[in-house]
Write a protein that binds this ligand. Structure first.
Ligand SMILES: [Zn+2]
Length: 280
């Protein structure tokens, strides 16, 4: 899909002093029509201290692609799942079971280190899709528990049900709220339960005071950083195409919000990434 309004790619930010991992990106998705070259994305990111990426494939085609690409590039680990907005379509087509079986088979690859993104999205999917989303979410929780892999959760306008279902079914030992979007009280509850909060470029937005407040009460041991590229481009490039090389912009805002030195935060983000996903 081409969108001319996206304009030129933002310039590279200053490199981080200690390399970190972008723990959630979609390298197969192009928003500006330019073909995404994986080696270039990795090289650009590594040049600014983002030397490890978690590539997320969250429909069948991109999950298959993810397994191929993580086998080819040492900087990549992968995640596979059926996205919550895809689940109702599969349920309606009568093939949710079949695609979940294929996700389980793809997850057996040694470079696939997370089940995700799964969860609930009440923003894009209406009430008619809720049952299928919840069923798919529970199946992914079960898969993560059976395989011993961590879980990455997509939660859009569904905080209460996400926490309820995780509580009912039992969250996997390593559970990550990708693109954290809750408030301070929810952050405290997630920390109490031992979950990881992954912050995206949204935390840099001018109007994101609630999100920065949530970040400010999250201990370093529970933090991860991500792009969700090509979406959610951090300030001052909001609206343009995102890519893993822009992670330093988010890390610096996080450090300022937390009132910690940038190298201290980078070390924590790097360590936490390896704790959750294992060594690259
Ligand atoms: Zn995503």
């Amino acid at each position: 899909m081409t969108d001319a309004r996206l304009g030129a790619r933002p310039p590279a930010p200053d490199p981080l002093p200690i390399p970190v991992a972008d723990n959630h990106c979609h390298l197969e998705i192009s928003r500006d029509g330019a073909s995404t070259d994986v080696a270039t994305a990795i090289r650009d990111a590594t040049a600014v201290g983002v030397n490890r990426l978690v590539q997320i494939g969250c429909d069948i085609e991109s999950a298959r692609w993810t397994v191929q690409v993580v086998a080819e590039h040492r900087a990549l680990l992968g995640g596979v799942a059926i996205h919550p907005n895809e689940a109702p379509r599969h349920a309606e087509a009568g093939n949710l079971e079949a695609v979940l079986d294929e996700i389980e088979a793809l997850a057996a690859h040694p470079r696939i280190r997370v089940i995700g993104e799964t969860g609930l999205d009440y923003y894009r999917t209406g009430p008619e899709g809720v049952a299928a989303q919840q069923e798919s979410f529970r199946r992914h929780i079960d898969l993560a528990r059976r395989t011993g892999l961590p879980l990455q959760i997509h939660d859009r306008d569904a905080h209460d049900d996400v926490l309820r279902i995780l509580g009912e079914d039992g969250a996997p030992e390593r559970t990550v709220l990708h693109c954290y979007s809750g408030d301070m009280a929810m952050a405290r509850e997630c920390v109490r339960r031992g979950y990881y909060l992954s912050f995206a470029g949204t935390v840099t937005f001018k109007n994101a005071r609630d999100l920065r407040n949530a970040l400010s009460v999250t201990p370093l041991e529970h933090l991860l950083v991500e792009t969700d590229a090509p979406y959610l481009t951090p300030s001052p490039h909001r609206g343009q195409v995102n890519a893993p090389y822009l992670v330093p912009l988010t890390v610096r805002v996080m450090a300022a919000t937390l009132n910690v030195a940038v190298p201290t935060l980078c070390q924590a983000l790097s360590d936490n990434s390896e704790t959750v996903y294992g060594p690259w």
